[in-house]
Design a protein around this ligand. Structure first.
Ligand code: ADP
Ligand code: ZN
Length: 511
């Protein structure tokens, strides 16, 4: 078959990888498809190969000019005829002439150009091999990177109704995927999803409890190079200092550093086999270091997609690697506040749901990998045997009663106190603050047994994560929308039995 010859002779590969063959076959048969494949799975080949095997030019819609130019350089190296039409290209006239003369296998176009009447007329009479829509999640308001231009692609696609369309993305949850299919007019059975499992990565999720100490402990048993993602530049610097202080080479990387320093730190990391880079999320995107042995998060990532991308930088060499996530209830509180204050109203609901999915992941007592893979639309086995919950299944307890008591106490104390005070009231602590507010006279004073008191902090954490409680800037807790169903007995609260607590600092939000 001709596609195998092209695969071997032009691309130099002996075999297709994963679902590539399935996708290529669909395109060759003229069918419309949405391919959801993780980064590095080889999406480009899925449209580049049919571009050569089919008659005419393939139009590739791609949102990033830099990305297009990389692709063109790579394909030209293989002898493929490719060009782009963007505001950054000065040779647009030449490109248009080549296009008209049938001298292009691939034409990369930015969405703002592809959606113009002018472009539609330009390609109207030309033989088109296929239309590829790269980074297709940009079409969906549910996606994390919505671009309105993507919404206007339909006239171009529909003007070439018999040309196969191929949408591609690495990051699409169920809803975003459904939206892509609808928006681009691709039938449901055109969805091809695969390959999100990274079996060599072992996932661990822990409540944060003195992150400096937790990292120190982690490093003690963890050789190899690693990345620690920090929620802020300051934090990245502090964590790097702390880790260096305990004897491990460690540097910081963030956008606030001098470019020369950043470049130097990155080079040092890439060539080291033991260095830890404490960084903000910017780090790791462009770097090629297959032997990163672990990725740790000192605070929650933006979403499950982001978590998957960031942890995916570990173990690219296929050797065992570790992913650690240390989360605090305050991370969720802050993220929820951010959604209310910084996200435009139309997108808030999507952001909330993304955060809820992440909360369910960190709180889960079941297989982490199964949750991740289901999120990406796969149908994994219930247990992977290579995550914290599979290796040491946590005992769980029904903490619904404690949750109800905590919610009632927050309510009776007018929803402005933090977990330490609420816990004191529930325990019946006759302390000065409790008496000062007259909380010793409330019906909830002394409502909980000592066993229940031991669960108040983990329960508060779980309630904040699932938006039953909301923390203000001072840790004061008030009801979120998920509080009512718990109080009404419609929802239960199950938590993992907390590990015995070290005697340490008290923190109000229980982070
Ligand atoms: P994506 O766009 O999905 O992130 P790319 O298309 O950039 O991935 O491909 C990632 C890498 O995999 C590239 O270096 C590419 O050459 C390589 N690759 C793609 N398909 C195959 C294959 N069938 N066999 C071996 N390597 C492949
Ligand atoms: Zn598992």
């Amino acid at each position: 078959m001709i596609v195998h010859e092209i695969l071997r002779n032009i691309f130099g590969f002996d075999h297709f990888r994963g679902v590539q063959e399935q996708v290529v076959k669909r395109v060759m048969a003229g069918k419309d498809s949405l391919a959801v494949m993780p980064t590095g799975a080889g999406k480009s080949l899925c449209y580049q190969l049919p571009a050569l095997a089919r008659e005419g030019t393939a139009i590739v819609i791609s949102p990033l000019i830099a990305l297009m130019h990389d692709q063109i350089r790579a394909t030209e190296g293989l002898g493929i005829r490719a060009a782009s039409l963007t505001s950054a290209d000065s040779d647009r006239e030449t490109t248009i002439a080549r296009l008209r003369n049938g001298e292009l296998d691939l034409l990369y176009v930015a969405p703002e150009r592809a959606t113009t009447e002018h472009f539609r007329r330009l390609v109207e009479q030309l033989p088109i091999a296929l239309i590829a829509i790269d980074e297709a999640h940009c079409v969906s308001e549910w996606g994390h990177d919505f671009r309105p231009d993507y919404r206007q692609l339909r006239p171009l696609l529909d003007a070439h109704g018999d040309v196969p369309r191929l949408a591609l993305t690495a990051t699409a949850d169920r809803r975003t995927r459904a939206d892509i299919l609808t928006q681009l007019g691709i039938p449901e059975d055109g969805l091809v999803v695969t390959g999100f499992d990274r079996p060599n990565i072992r996932y661990h999720v822990r409540p944060r409890d003195g992150i400096g100490g937790q990292l120190k402990q982690l490093l003690a048993g963890q050789p190899g190079a690693g990345i620690v993602y920090a929620p802020s530049r300051d934090k990245a610097e502090k964590l790097a200092e702390g880790m260096a202080g305990s004897g491990r080479p460690a540097l910081a990387y963030h956008a606030g550093l001098d470019p020369a320093v950043r470049k130097r730190n990155q080079a040092a990391f890439v060539s080291s086999e033991e260095m830890v880079m404490a960084s903000t999320v910017a780090f790791g995107m462009g770097i090629d270091k297959p032997d990163v042995r672990f990725v740790a998060h000192a605070g929650i990532p933006k979403s499950i997609e982001a978590y998957y991308q960031e942890t995916g930088r570990a173990g690219r060499d296929g050797e065992p690697a570790e992913a650690w996530l240390f989360w605090g209830a305050e991370d969720f509180a802050r993220a929820r506040q951010g959604i209310e204050t910084e996200v435009e109203p139309a997108r808030q609901q999507g952001e909330r749901e993304r955060l809820n999915a992440l909360a369910a992941f960190v709180e889960a007592a079941t297989c982490r990998r199964a949750i991740l893979l289901r999120h990406f639309g796969e149908d994994p086995p219930a247990q992977c045997g290579n995550c914290d919950n599979c290796l040491e299944p946590p005992a769980t307890i029904d903490a619904t009663e404690v949750a109800r008591k905590l919610l009632s106490t927050a309510f009776r104390t007018e929803m402005r106190f933090g977990v330490a005070h609420l816990s004191a009231v529930m325990a019946g602590d006759d302390n000065e603050k409790v008496r000062g507010f007259g909380h010793d006279r409330l019906s909830v004073f002394g409502i909980a047994t000592p066993d229940e008191i031991a669960l108040v902090r983990p329960v508060a954490r779980a309630l904040i994560a699932r938006d039953a409680l909301r923390a203000d800037a001072y840790g004061g807790l008030s009801f979120g929308p998920a509080a009512k169903p718990i109080l009404k007995g419609e929802e239960t609260v199950t938590i993992a039995v907390p590990p015995p607590r070290k005697k340490s600092r008290r923190r109000d939000t229980g982070g």
